[in-house]
Design a protein around this ligand. Sequence first.
Ligand SMILES: [Zn+2]
Length: 579
Amino acid sequence: MTLVALLYVYINIIHAFYRGKIKKANKMRRSALFIVLLIVVFSSCEHKPKEVDRPKIVIGLVIDQMRWDYLYRYADMYGKEGFKRLIKHGYNCQNTSVNYMPANTAPGHTCIYTGSVPSIHGISGNNWIDNLTGDGVYCVDDKNVHQVGDKSGAASFSPANMLTTTITDELRLATNQKSRVYGVAIKDRGAILPAGHLANAAYWYTDKTGTFTTSTYYPNQNPAWLQAFNKRKAGDSMVKLGWKMLLSPDKYDQSTVDANNYEKAFKGEKAPVFPHVFDSLGDTDRYAILKSLPAGNTYSIMMAKACIEGEHLGMTNGVTDFMALSLSSTDYIGHQFAPNSIEMEDCYLRLDQDIAELLRWLDGRYGKGGYLLFMTADHGGAHNASYLSDLDIPAGVTYVNMAADLNAYLKVQFGADSIVRGIVNYQVFMNYAQIGKTDYEVWEVKRSIMEWLNKRPEVSYTIDMNDMDKTPLPQPIHSMAVNGYNKKRSGEIQIILNPGWYDNGGKTTGMTHGSWNPYDTHIPLIWYGWHIPKGETNSPVDMTDISATLAALLHIQAPNGCIGKPIPALTEKHKEEHK
Ligand SMILES: [Zn+2]
């Protein structure tokens, strides 16, 4: 249309010359006008307007184990340019929930990026037992690939166990693979699952060398920029500085005193107190400790920036690239120190500064509004159970030998060994071959297991996942159990513990997550940047809605197992802007 309009104007001007309306004295000006018009016509041919408007880059920022309340709990000490900038200028979905069990890292990252749940995407936990083979499976294990540069023959990681596409896969499919997708995280699963099957690469941290690595699954193995980044060993330099409090001790008024019984010391430490110093440790111990320091987050952001720069992401005209960045250290610190520690508070104050710096960097590179960023978490986390008990709030840690005791009981009842393969993800995995050796049916054994478990004081319910109507359940728990149940990769009996209780390998320090309860499943979700309106909502949003919303904003297909819906406030606003 532009071209036609310009030609029309040009023809009219020529016509005017011939009609003598423009004098001969204007000959020079006429030639100049002719040249300008030619340039305009040609340039409008070359840069035809894009039919579909998309951002230069999408930044997915997942903060591992970030409880929703951390946005507010430490707000008095946050600066203006980190979390507060996202809240003030972005769109804050205050009531976002993990809508399945177990609320763990691998299912969480998978749900964010697939809009799907374990029953469909198959990542039913960080680990699970394969009901067909009886084998234990780690979510991203892949015997067909190996770590780049590792000649030991050890298997490495890929997204092969994930049964659906991700939003990042769909972006690649929608653009004939012109869009490029990278995943970065300390945790392998935090990088691999978000980046999807078609990723250009996923990079994760290995404590063997204290650097980022990848596997032969990816086409883009160890590029020169990665080798240069790893050579700097910036992460290790940060560990050598130790972990000191960012502020003076009296400023940390959201936390228990530093020395307490709810925390676990680092290797080589006598007590879990500041300053944490790692001078006495050897290389590999120091490399491992980076994961559990705020520096692990800083190092991951440095790595994501190196990847963006090295691969020139977001710099190809008309192509949207994707950086899926997950910050894992928040989770390691949570597991070791729990939410009421000075360590956790300090971690978030430092993360707030890291986010401010990242946003400034993205502004400089893509311009404000040139990038679309969403920040969320894979799950939340519980308070330390002993801390709650000491406050007379019912809470506790389950004991470690439950599966062994259950098997001993079942042997007496049914006469076979190892009827239970294990209790993983609060699910009982049964050994059907062993049950076949007895004179009893599966349902009889199952009933006996449930009766045994139901007698335990910390157990609220047990659910027979293939006969759910037998257990009266509040609706949210019912649907979260259904969404989390994958017939091949989940245990047939789901255990629901009393609130405040968790399985932490018997440990009384630190904490964990994985249950249906709000502390584990209420997560932050803030959208920021490209075409995102300012605002907030308390309307319920499911974790599965994140990918559905991204698909709507980018005008691409939702991932092939997506059960979520686009968030109306974001997608409707987007439409209005384009009227
Ligand atoms: Zn965790």
